[in-house]
Design a protein around this ligand. Structure first.
Ligand SMILES: N[C@@H](CCC(=O)N[C@@H](CS)C(=O)NCC(=O)O)C(=O)O
Length: 391
């Protein structure tokens, strides 16, 4: 294959100095000579027994912390409410995840999680401004406050969680890195990529994982790095790379939704990494972190309890299950604890649906961008989705 000259990014080899875990010190006990027991004393203690139980000491209840604990607490929600809409950072170019059509309509799994938050806050899923962000822009946009939350195929990693001053809220999509090749390439396993040129996007976990996986496998290759999604897949589509690598969800989305000849490409049967994707917020406002996290859990929980947008009114009116009553705001004040109305979860389920509805609408078998649920199934179905208790 004739390859055009193009930018070949230099991969910076990051060496992580891992502090080796010291082997636990074996405790050596100095054995002294056995002592001879010279005397046994029998002690008799009279214990008064009363038949009336003493009143139980009050349980040491955890003290609720006043809401406005730390500086920044509650600021995000206040700003969103004052503005009258949520500003949600998304990708915008990934059909099935977040995509804007020529009429300006937003669709996708990530876009729907933005709507979940708007419904939780305003009781109106339409109160969202979608802000398309490139890979390079995404973290700065969140840090600077340009967006309230980033829901953009972003992998949770330790360095992003700490160095960038961000908090990952929960995982909405368990992904893994894959490699896509042309059907007729004859490439089926990692070793077949020896000498290949592989298209990859800068500023992603993808770039480093590729280097790690191929060097571990002893496969020499040439990375071709690009600044944005169009350049990356454009170069691959033009045959300038033998393979393209990214999160499998993205490969699938691009193959089915963007490439002109979807049937001529295949995602290889291997996974290079773990890519847990989910909404990200800034450090410093734990109330907002809780709102985003629990709104996501609400979609999992509703699926666990078979509560859907279609039956939520009926469930709300008739359920006798105390946890579901609390969840839907019929009893208790769980919403208030988040700074929201007590029926916040009802509103988001009613307007956007539970996790299965969101998944199926965007990535289900009846969509062009179908991805089998796999790990993104409930824990009760062999997947990884699990909601903590609503109590
Ligand atoms: N999940 C990975 C990859 C995410 C990512 O940014 N992927 C690229 C490749 S498809 C992308 O979305 N690019 C779009 C753009 O820069 O406009 C990460 O968080 O680093």
């Amino acid at each position: 294959m004739q390859k055009q000259p193009f930018i070949v990014g230099s991969l910076v080899a990051l060496s992580l100095a891992l502090s080796a875990c010291a082997a636990p010190q074996t405790q050596t006990q100095t054995q002294s000579a056995p002592q001879r027991v010279v005397e046994t004393v029998v002690v008799t203690v009279e214990v008064p027994v009363t038949t009336t139980p003493a009143p139980a000491a009050p349980a040491a209840a955890a003290t609720p912390v006043p809401a406005a604990g730390a500086a920044g607490f509650g600021e995000t929600l206040k700003a969103i409410q004052a503005r009258g809409k949520l500003v949600c950072g998304v990708n915008g170019q990934l059909p099935g995840f977040s995509f804007i059509d020529p009429q300006g309509n937003w669709s996708g799994f990530d876009a729907d999680f933005c709507r979940v938050l708007a419904a939780a806050i305003f009781g109106d899923a339409t109160k969202v401004e979608f802000r398309p962000l490139t890979t390079q822009e995404r973290f700065t946009a969140l840090q600077s406050g340009e967006v309230d939350v980033l829901i953009r195929n972003t992998t949770w990693t330790l360095v992003r969680d700490t160095d960038l001053g961000l908090n990952f809220t929960a995982v909405t999509f368990y992904d893994g890195q894959g490699i896509m090749v042309r059907n007729d390439s004859g490439i089926t396993k990692l070793e077949d990529l020896k000498g290949a040129t592989i298209c990859v996007q800068k500023g992603t976990t993808t770039e480093l994982n590729l280097a790690d996986a191929l060097s571990t496998a002893g496969v020499e290759y040439t990375p071709a790095t690009f600044e944005d999604i169009n350049q990356t897949y454009g170069a691959y589509a033009q045959g300038r790379c033998d393979a393209v690598t990214s999160d499998k969800s993205q490969l699938s989305s691009v193959a089915k939704g963007v490439l002109p000849d979807p049937d001529n490409h295949v995602i290889m049967d291997l996974t290079l990494s773990k890519e847990p994707l989910g909404p990200v917020v800034r450090h410093g406002d734990d109330q907002w972190l809780d709102i985003v996290r629990w709104s996501i859990f609400a979609t999992f929980f509703a699926e666990e309890k078979a509560i859907t947008s279609a039956n939520v009114d009926d469930v709300k009116a008739n359920t006798t299950n105390p946890e579901i009553k609390r969840f839907l705001g019929v009893e208790g004040e769980l919403g208030q604890k988040l700074g929201l109305s007590n029926d916040w979860a009802y509103k988001l389920i009613k307007q956007v649906g539970n996790y299965a509805e969101i998944y199926d609408r965007n990535l289900g078998p009846n969509t062009k961008t179908y991805i089998a649920r796999g790990q993104n199934s409930l824990y009760t179905n062999g997947g990884l989705l699990y909601s903590p208790p609503f109590r």
